[in-house]
Design a protein around this ligand. Structure first.
Ligand code: IPD
Ligand code: CA
Ligand code: CA
Length: 330
């Protein structure tokens, strides 16, 4: 189905329970009803404050990113508690009121703090003009993991990155439901709460968990991802994880939870902050064909560095056709 194909069809979560509860109108339902098990999130933050000292006062950009992420986190948690409407942007690609409100808050705050900076943000569908990258660029995903959020799973994040002249300078990935802060600045390390992160030291895939994501495609890309999973299991890995929030998946590589993580199609807002977390934690991030990762939509492979060559080899064998000219997802 084409993007925006269902744009005029607002869905409400409770709709999924319509038949069992015998209600007539989608408007009778709110997400609140299915989110009760998670009603008592303990992550509610005081507005405008990151609950960690890591990298405090490193730069104005990072301080603002932390403050804005904290405020956006409050918005997301409020929606979780009071309910929200949701619709599909494309097949299985959800967007909620919470995504839109959190993004508006972030754009307003960044616009006020840095009026001459450019912001690339998911829900505004902003696009970079031409081939030149702005000197000051913010890349924002107000709610990464919308599908988790929509189903009441407290594994989602606000992701904000600041790029100068095309290079990632600093960023935050914040899961407000768990009050988990991942903060990073180029040359100053990647931090989880107040601890500096270091990627894992596994030299072979045999000792690893591998994280991955599926794009919303249910065709070639999904089949290629499944083929890669199959091959990975042949190597004797400890397991595969698919948690549904790319920014947190990258944070998990930085923290050493995953030896590697890949996804065959991501947007810049999914990976802009997370890739710097991995790099500053000592890991490596490229496209799934081993090229430098730019700010385009495309594939991502992140690893502790040691596992990169083996991951590239497996991806080439199982999904190489995706990265040939004409069929490339990038
Ligand atoms: C999605 C999540 C998911 C990944 C998808 C992304 P969204 O972002 O990061 O883990 O597999 O490819 O689009 O839509 O929740 O912001
Ligand atoms: Ca995302
Ligand atoms: Ca998003």
């Amino acid at each position: 189905m084409a993007e925006d194909g269902l744009a005029s069809l607002p869905l409400v979560a409770g709709l999924f329970r319509q038949s069992s509860w015998g209600r007539q109108s989608p408007q009778d339902f709110t997400w609140f009803e299915i989110l009760l098990p998670y009603e008592n999130f303990d992550g509610l933050q005081s507005e405008g404050v990151a609950d960690t000292m890591a990298l405090e006062n490193h730069s104005r950009e990072l301080d603002i990113a932390r403050s804005v992420a904290a405020q956006a986190g409050v918005v997301l948690l409020e929606y979780q508690q009071r309910g929200f409407t949701i619709r599909e942007k494309g097949t299985s690609d959800l967007v909620s009121e919470a995504d839109v409100s959190a993004e508006k808050l972030i754009l307003d705050c960044l616009g006020e703090a840095f009026p001459d900076h450019v912001v690339l943000a998911e829900e505004s569908r902003t696009e970079l003009q031409g081939t030149s990258i702005p000197e000051h660029l913010w890349v924002v995903d107000p709610l990464d993991g919308t599908t988790n959020f929509a189903h009441g799973i407290p594994h989602f994040a606000v992701s904000i990155a600041y790029y100068r002249n095309g290079a990632a300078e600093c960023g935050v990935v914040y899961n407000p439901a768990r009050n988990d802060w991942y903060i990073v600045a180029r040359g100053a390390g990647a931090w989880f709460q107040n601890e500096r992160m270091q990627v894992g030291s596994q030299q072979t895939l045999t000792d690893c968990l591998v994280g991955l994501g599926f794009y919303y495609d249910r065709g070639t890309m999904m089949e290629a991802t499944l083929a890669t999973i199959h091959q990975l299991f042949q190597t004797g890995i400890h397991g595969i994880r698919r948690f549904g929030t790319a920014a947190l998946d990258l944070a998990h590589v930085a923290r050493g939870f995953y030896g590697a993580y890949f996804e065959y199609q991501l947007s810049p807002w999914d990976f802009a902050a997370g890739r710097l977390l991995v790099e500053e934690a000592g890991g490596r991030v490229t496209t799934a064909s081993g090229e430098e990762l730019g700010l385009c939509k495309g594939s991502v492979l992140a690893s502790n560095g040691f596992l990169h060559p083996k991951m590239l080899e497996i991806i080439q064998q199982t999904a190489g056709q995706l990265f040939c000219s004409g069929a490339s997802p990038q």
